[in-house]
Design a protein around this ligand. Structure first.
Ligand code: IMP
Length: 426
C-alpha cells in the first residue's frame, strides 16, 4: 500500500497538474482534498492542453479512480461543465469519478460576495480568484453551508438556502450588491441535483477500501503551502488547508495512512494576487521568466508575479509538510540567464535568519547567492547526466539547502519532458 501526497511548496501554480498526471500512470486512486475551482491544473497531452479546476488530474488515465473529498468546495456548474468537456474529448468519467457527499457547494452568493469584496475599497484586497472560495468556506465554518448530500432533500435545501441568504443579506447590501432570490437558487440546485447525486459517495470510505486493498493512492493538493489558511502568508491566503496535513482532514483518512509527501516547486518562484513576495523581480529578468514560463493564471489569465527561488520558504514548506522529496519543475525556463540567484537567508529587524520570517516578510530583505547559469535548452534531457553541469549544480544546491532530495525534474510541459530520479511509490 502507498498513499502519496503531492503538495505545492510555494504559492501555487508549481506544476502539480503535470506531476500528478505523471504519477497517476501507476496510481489506482487520485484524490483532491482541498480548495475548489480556484485551482487550475494544467495538463499537456500530445497537442492538447487541458485545464482541470475540480476534477482530479488523474482523470486522463482510464484506470484511475478519481475522488473529490469533503475538504473541497464545489461549484456545481463548473464541475458539470468540466465533466461534459472531458466527455467531449472522449474522456469518460462515469463509474470512476466520485464526489464526497460531505463536500460543500459553492452557491451563487459566494462568487457574488467574493467579487464585491475585491472591488470594495473598504475590504482588504486579497486578489482572490473571485470564484467564491472564501465565502463558501465561511458558510461551512458558520455551520450554515449546503453539502452535496443535502441535495437528496429539496425541502432541506430550501431551508439552508434561506438561512444562508438571510445571513449574508446585510453585508451584501452594505457592499451595494443584490442577492439572488431563494427561488432562483433552489431551482438551480434542483436542476443539477440528479447529476451530482449520481456521483455522490462516501469518498472517505472508498479511499479506506482502496488503501486496505493495497492500492496506490495519490492525494493531489491544490494551491500551495504559502497560501494555506494556517501556514501561509495570512491574510493573503486561500481559505482551505493546502498543506499535506489537509489531505487527512479533506480526504478523510488518518495520518498513519500517508506513506510519502512530495513537494512541488518551480526552479524559481511565482505568486498570483496580493501579498508579500520578497524575491519578486520587477525587472527584465522577471519579465523574461513570465514570458518563457507562460506565467499567466490558468483560471483567471492574470499575469503572475515572478521572482527568484526562495530557499527559506522551501525549508519552511519541507517542515510544515514533512516533505520526503521535491519535484522541481520548469527548470528549462531558467535557460539563458548568466547567473541564477537564490535567496538563502533573510535580513530582518531582529537579525539574519535562514528561516522564513513568514509573518514579517514585508520587512525582511532577501540575502542572495548567485549560481552560474546555463545556455543549453533542457527540453530534450531525459536523464540527470544530460543536463549541463551548471544546471545539475543548481539542483544539488537546492537539495542540500532544503535538506530534501529531488525525486523528479521537469524540463517542459509535456509528460515525456521529465527526469525521474526516484520512485515516489517505492
Ligand atoms: P481564493 O482562493 O480565490 O480565495 O484566493 C486567495 C489567494 O489565493 C489569492 O492570492 C489567489 O490568487 C490565490 N490562489 C487561489 N488559488 C490559486 C491557485 O490555484 N494557484 C495560485 N494561486 C491561487
Amino acid at each position: 500500500m502507498s498513499a502519496v501526497v503531492i503538495v505545492g511548496a510555494q504559492w501555487g501554480d508549481e506544476g502539480k497538474g503535470k506531476i500528478v498526471d505523471l504519477y497517476t500512470e501507476t496510481a489506482d486512486v487520485v484524490v483532491r482534498y482541498a480548495g475548489g475551482p480556484n485551482a487550475g491544473h494544467t495538463l499537456v497531452v500530445g497537442p492538447d492542453k487541458i485545464v482541470l479546476r475540480l476534477v482530479p488530474s488523474g482523470v486522463l488515465r482510464p484506470r484511475a479512480r478519481c475522488l473529490m473529498g469533503q475538504g473541497m468546495v464545489v461549484d456545481p456548474g463548473v464541475l458539470l461543465g468540466e465533466i461534459d468537456a472531458l466527455a467531449a474529448r472522449g474522456v469518460d468519467t462515469s463509474g470512476r469519478l466520485f464526489l464526497s457527499d460531505r463536500a460543500h457547494l459553492i452557491l451563487p452568493h459566494h462568487p457574488l460576495v467574493d467579487g464585491l469584496r475585491e472591488a470594495s475599497a473598504a475590504s482588504t484586497k486579497i486578489g482572490t480568484t473571485k470564484r467564491g472560495i472564501g465565502p463558501a468556506y465561511e458558510d461551512k465554518a458558520a455551520r450554515r453551508g449546503l453539502r452535496v448530500g443535502d441535495l437528496r432533500d429539496l425541502g432541506r435545501v430550501r431551508a439552508l438556502v434561506e438561512r444562508a441568504l438571510a445571513a449574508w443579506a446585510p453585508s451584501v447590501a452594505a457592499l451595494g450588491g443584490e442577492l439572488p432570490s431563494v427561488e432562483a437558487v433552489v431551482d438551480g440546485l434542483a436542476a443539477v441535483a440528479p447529476r451530482l447525486l449520481a456521483i455522490a459517495a462516501d469518498t472517505s470510505a472508498l479511499l479506506d477500501e482502496a488503501i486496505r486493498a493495497g492500492q496506490r493512492v495519490l492525494l493531489e493538493g491544490a494551491q500551495g503551502t504559502l497560501l494555506d489558511l494556517d501556514h501561509g502568508t495570512y491574510p493573503f491566503v486561500t481559505s482551505s488547508s493546502a498543506v499535506a496535513g489537509g489531505a487527512c482532514v479533506g480526504a478523510g483518512i488518518g495520518p498513519t495512512r500517508i506513506t510519502r509527501t512530495i513537494g512541488i516547486t518551480k526552479g524559481y518562484t511565482t505568486r498570483v494576487g496580493e501579498g508579500p513576495f520578497p524575491t519578486e523581480l520587477d525587472d527584465d529578468v522577471g519579465e523574461r521568466l513570465r514570458v518563457a514560463g507562460g506565467e499567466f493564471g490558468s483560471v483567471t489569465g492574470r499575469p503572475r508575479r515572478t521572482g527568484w527561488l526562495d530557499l527559506p520558504a522551501l525549508r519552511y514548506a519541507a517542515r510544515v509538510n514533512g516533505l520526503d522529496g521535491l519535484a522541481i519543475t520548469k527548470l528549462d525556463v531558467l535557460t539563458g540567464l548568466d547567473e541564477v540567484r537564490v535567496c538563502v537567508a533573510y535580513d530582518t529587524p531582529r537579525g539574519r535568519t535562514r528561516d522564513l520570517p513568514v509573518d514579517d516578510l514585508e520587512v525582511a530583505t532577501p540575502v542572495y547567492e548567485a549560481l552560474p547559469g546555463w545556455t543549453e535548452a533542457l527540453g530534450e534531457a531525459r536523464a540527470l547526466a544530460a543536463l549541463p553541469e551548471t544546471a545539475r549544480a543548481y539542483v544539488r544546491f537546492v537539495e542540500a539547502a532544503v535538506g530534501v532530495p529531488a525525486f523528479l525534474l521537469s524540463v517542459g510541459p509535456r509528460r515525456d519532458q521529465t527526469i525521474l530520479l526516484a520512485d515516489a511509490f517505492a
